[in-house]
Ligand binder design. Structure first.
Ligand SMILES: [Fe+2]
Length: 313
């Protein structure tokens, strides 16, 4: 298979993991993976739990999960083209071995180029979204990158610190008490980095950097990669432990250290809490409030109360 990355320069190596880095890839040419036929087949064959379809209005309050409702993959793509729909095929490396190979190759090339960069728990997601689709202000827990395959989109990336990323919100998301949405103020944009992504661009940014995305009037096909490193795992355990202290022990944590006795106490607390099964009881569920309808103006129609159902993640 040809290389995924065009080149990774000494400058990119120094920036990686600390600052935003934009590289070039050649996946936009891979019709075998990203043709409409291939996308439609993936929509139909992926484990339905890994297919997250959403729709959005002009503000956060009209955002909702969508039931595929038995529609063929080609009909879901039709709804995306004509409506306002965003779909995320999660962990496609488990649905199709070609994507498992691709994921290995992506990280193989990165680990060969970046000294000390060793990853585990890697995941590959495929996003297909309408020309007017948006993703609201949020952050993600693991390390990540966004790969543009078809169409153009704009991404705003904000500093991974208060007030853009309050500690309590990180703790709740890490503990799966909340989804990754954050409170947003328009003036945050004065502190954002803005990138326009075209086919062949891939962007990686600092861990937990809040971001939001708007498509630039074209259907977009993108990939997201997620990974963990030992440093990311320590950051997770620190936030998790701080969240337990704050909410269950009524203690206000003051340390975000990733080493030393305070850190290791939190790491032990996190392990004990997860082993006790408490996290599962407090986990997140997805409530489906719309269904796909390619003939509707937004590509979706609301479900009446009795037709709504919950999917447990
Ligand atoms: Fe994200």
């Amino acid at each position: 298979m040809p290389r995924v990355f065009d080149s990774i320069s000494p400058r990119d190596i120094q920036l990686w993991g600390n600052q935003t880095v934009k590289l070039r890839h050649n996946l936009a040419e891979r019709d075998d993976l990203f043709s409409d036929e291939s996308l439609a087949r993936l929509i139909e064959t992926i484990d339905p739990k890994h297919l997250d379809i959403t729709t959005m209005g002009d503000d956060v309050s009209t955002w909702g999960h969508v039931d595929r409702a038995g529609q063929a993959g080609s009909k879901v793509l039709e709804a995306i083209h004509g409506g306002r729909v965003w779909i995320n095929l999660m962990a496609i490396e488990k649905a199709d071995p070609r994507f498992a190979d691709l994921l290995d190759q992506m990280y193989g090339e990165l680990e060969a180029a970046l000294p000390g960069f060793r990853t585990f728990k890697r995941k590959l997601g495929l996003l297909i979204s309408s020309p007017s689709a948006r993703v609201f202000y949020h952050f993600d827990v693991p390390g990540q990158a966004l790969w543009q395959i078809r169409g153009r989109k704009r991404i705003w990336i904000y500093p991974p610190t208060a007030p853009f990323l309050p500690a309590t919100e990180v703790e709740n998301v890490v503990r799966s008490l909340a989804m990754e949405d954050l409170s947003y103020e328009p003036w945050f944009d004065e502190y954002a980095e803005v990138y326009d992504l075209a086919p062949g661009d891939v962007l990686h940014w600092a861990l937990n950097g809040p971001h939001r995305v708007s498509n630039l009037d074209s259907v977009c096909v993108s990939l997201t990669t997620e990974h963990w490193t030992s440093a990311i795992r320590r950051s997770y355990a620190m936030h998790y432990g701080n969240g337990i202290l704050r909410n269950k022990v009524r203690w206000t944590p003051r340390s975000t250290s990733l080493d030393g006795p305070a850190f290791w106490t939190k790491a032990a607390l996190t392990a004990a809490w997860r082993a006790s099964g408490m996290q599962a009881k407090e986990g997140y569920r997805r409530l489906l409030t719309y269904r796909v309808d390619p003939d509707a103006p937004l590509g979706v129609v609301p479900l009446a109360e009795p037709e709504r159902r919950v999917v447990t993640l």
